[in-house]
Design a protein around this ligand. Structure first.
Ligand code: HEM
Ligand code: HEM
Ligand code: MTE
Ligand code: MO
Length: 505
């Protein structure tokens, strides 16, 4: 082996590289912790699209509940500790807010990093230009195995260069692409796209595996930095100083400690704020994400058209059927007396029986249902397009939202701190209601809509996550503002569980 040359002797990282390296650590740690929170929403991973209980390849939960049929998907959630998850304690909605805000920051950091790499000669450090790098990496690997610190090449040794290349140019893009493949708006508009990864559930599994790769890389990376000389490494990556002296070492160590302290403070602030002031946190993060979701994701209209052969057998439902007397009496009489009331800011209010609804032009879509928790299934839904209904009631110009109210008293959480005594409702933007695959469904898989899945009438919004697709619909009111509806967050779950009022991702 050749004499060990001082590693990094000739790298003085420019400021841009040093800053993006630091921001990468900030956003990545937020992404991992919030990702773990999301995982807890449905702590099972699959490589199939119907998520049948027992078909997962891995689970992170001790609950085993599919032996009887009284559980619903909500019961499968796992609440993780706040040290692990952001914010922890079963706050899926807030976890997702943090994940998407951090993802935007991480993407911006990545774009900046790539701009710096490729507008200078910095890229030569991380992009191999010669196949010999593989042979060299192998040799370097053997040297590490012999517990030798190998000689560096021009800057990094071949193994370092290859792992940096893989993380930046393979694993990061995979993480972004699989993340987007799980957004219902994108899956709905470009159904072929998530199939590239083998479907939404495979994308979710790959997304998780890539996180493990990130964590493994980071552990290994930091170990190597230490093996190569921690203080030299920090001087290069924190101060941009090559061939540092003792004063540089001290300063680099101090800046690093201050950075780590700031990082810990940020995480604990985000966690405490989320747990102590969830409504404020919801509003704050919603404010940051709304513009992106409104302009980029909400306009995407679902064009799903699955094969009937893909329809899932006996999927898990979510939410327990209402128990209030009004609903029970209607059900006892096969919903003959059921009337859907459509009112509010409309020219022609209506009261429609199931027969009236069935007499309207019928649509059918074979589509995938995606719950915010993570699970999915495929079904055929039959019903009337919301746009066809709206054309009949004629919304007034100032109407902006449909408030869809239900018979659902949420009796199962009435004693809960979530305050479940208010009925379940969903507020739907008029534009979204007019999407071609937004409908009021009265049929499922060629049968009358079963009560378990929202019979006699439920909402379907195929470019969205499932939580606003109100089941057991009772009435629709058109309104100009949702500020005074419920707690003003745009739906029962947004009100009680701090979910986003938009559900395209
Ligand atoms: C642009 C970047 C990213 C986007 C757009 C994104 C998007 C998403 C989405 C949509 C989900 C929810 C999945 C569901 O509905 O079930 C999710 C979950 C998750 N994300 Fe990300 N993500 C990104 C980056 C990352 C990174 C960098 C990590 C970790 C290194 C990460 C770790 C996780 C984990 C652990 C989960 C939960 C479990 C799973 O679905 O695998 N994400 N992400
Ligand atoms: C506190 C944790 C970290 C420390 C102390 C650290 C330190 C360093 C140092 C000293 C270098 C200079 C080159 C070398 O010595 O190999 C470096 C480069 C690099 N680090 Fe980190 N790092 C940390 C976390 C991370 C994380 C979490 C990632 C990404 C997952 C990452 C990705 C990279 C990449 C891609 C380079 C090469 C950058 C370039 O040459 O343009 N680092 N890191
Ligand atoms: N009335 C009512 N509608 C509801 C819910 C609910 O709890 N009550 N849950 C929502 C959620 S979170 C999901 S994922 C879907 C589940 O639909 P499914 O049970 O037909 O699969 O219904 C949505 N509509
Ligand atoms: Mo859901």
């Amino acid at each position: 082996m050749t004499a060990v040359t001082p590693i990094l002797a000739d790298i003085a990282f420019p400021l841009g590289i040093r800053l993006t390296h630091a921001f990468n650590i900030v956003f990545l740690t937020l992404l991992v912790r919030s990702g773990i929170e999301i995982l807890g929403g449905h702590p099972m991973l699959y490589f199939n699209e119907d998520c049948r209980p027992g078909s997962e390849w891995i689970r992170f939960s001790s609950k085993r509940m599919h032996r009887d049929r009284r559980w619903t998907a909500e019961d499968e959630k796992q609440d993780y500790n706040s040290l692990l998850a952001l914010p922890g304690h079963d706050h899926l909605g807030l976890g997702r807010f943090w994940h998407f805000v951090a993802a935007i920051g991480w993407l911006a950091t990545g774009v900046l990093y790539l701009l710096i790499l490729f507008t200078t000669d910095q890229w030569t450090r991380v992009v191999p230009t010669d196949w010999a790098v593989f042979v060299d990496a192998w040799r370097t690997g053997l040297e590490y195995l012999a517990l030798d610190v190998p000689a560096s090449g021009t800057t990094y040794n071949a193994l370092q260069q290859l792992t940096y290349f893989l993380i930046v140019f393979i694993v990061s893009p995979v993480q972004i692409l699989t993340g987007l493949a799980m957004a219902p708006a994108i899956e709905g508009r470009f159904p072929w796209y998530s199939k590239v990864f083998g479907g939404r559930q495979a994308a979710r599994s790959i997304h998780f595996i890539a996180m493990i790769v990130f964590i493994a890389f980071t552990v290994h990376h930091v170990a190597l930095v230490i093996a190569h000389g921690l203080l030299d490494g920090l001087a290069a990556m924190v101060l941009g100083v090559a061939a540092p002296d003792g004063a540089d070492h001290a300063l680099a160590a101090a800046v690093t400690l201050a950075f780590l302290a700031g990082l810990v403070w940020l995480h604990s602030w985000a966690t405490r704020r989320s747990l102590q002031r969830p409504r404020d946190t919801q509003r704050m993060l919603q404010h940051l994400l709304d513009p992106v979701e409104q302009h980029v994701l909400m306009p995407l209209q679902s064009r799903q058209d699955w094969d009937r052969g893909d329809i899932s057998v006996d999927p898990r439902p979510n939410g327990r059927p209402p128990r209030n007397p009004a609903f029970v009496a209607l059900a006892d009489n096969d919903f003959a007396e059921f009337r859907l009331e459509v009112s509010g800011l409309v020219e022609a209010p209506m009261s429609l029986s199931l027969d009236d609804l069935a007499a309207l032009p019928a649509d059918e879509h074979v589509v995938q249902h995606k719950c915010i928790q993570g699970w999915s299934y495929v079904a055929a839904w039959e019903g009337v397009a919301l746009s066809a209904l709206l054309d009949r009631v004629k919304p007034l110009p100032n109407a902006r939202f449909l408030v869809v109210r239900t018979f659902d008293d949420k009796w199962e959480v009435t004693d809960d701190q979530q305050g479940g005594d208010d009925v379940f409702y969903a507020a739907v933007d008029l534009d979204l209601a007019r999407h071609p695959q937004s409908m009021l469904a009265w049929g499922m898989n060629d049968r009358a809509l079963p009560i378990a899945y929202g019979g006699p009438l439920r909402l379907r919004l195929e470019s969205q996550l499932g939580y606003n697709m109100a089941k057991w619909v009772r009435s629709i009111e058109l309104v100009a503002s949702i500020d005074d509806i419920g707690d003003g967050s745009g739906g029962w779950r947004p009100d009680k569980l701090y979910y986003s009022h938009l559900a395209p991702i």
